[in-house]
Design a protein around this ligand. Structure first.
Ligand code: FE2
Ligand code: FE2
Length: 133
């Protein structure tokens, strides 16, 4: 298991908390497949991760747009940086099928990024947009 739902801060918006919970479950399944070096499963779950991350980020961006959140562009640019990293990582996976590269990314980068991103950007965004979903 890469991380526990308790590792991330609860924010004041139920939709965002649900998105975070789902994402952590999927990332944990992905991490399990990476540790097991199960090539087919990693390939399959990488698609699920990409779909889920896009759903997570674009839902937040849509909520920020609807509520005209003042720091939307900065929050979105953090998402875009992570979108770019995942795209590169997937291209690297398709070319080399190296589970170690994904393991290092998840354990040394993604985990810390998501914890910090939620406590810095998602929590502030949730406070600004409220919980009327
Ligand atoms: Fe989020
Ligand atoms: Fe976010």
């Amino acid at each position: 298991m890469l991380m526990n739902i308790k590792d991330v801060q609860q924010v004041s918006n139920a939709v965002m908390n649900m998105l975070h919970e789902e994402e952590i479950e999927i990332i944990n399944d992905f991490h399990d497949a990476v540790l097991a070096k199960d090539i087919d499963k990693i390939t399959e779950l990488f698609e699920v991760v990409q779909f889920d991350v896009e759903d997570h980020f674009s839902t937040e961006e849509q909520m920020m747009e609807e509520s005209k959140f003042f720091a939307m562009q900065i929050h979105k640019s953090e998402h875009d940086t992570m979108r770019g990293k995942l795209k590169k990582l997937q291209e690297n996976w398709d070319a080399h099928k190296d589970p170690e590269a994904i393991k290092v990314f998840l354990e040394e980068e993604f985990k810390h990024w998501i914890i910090l991103h939620i406590s810095r950007w998602d929590s502030e965004t949730a406070m600004a947009i409220g919980d009327n979903a």
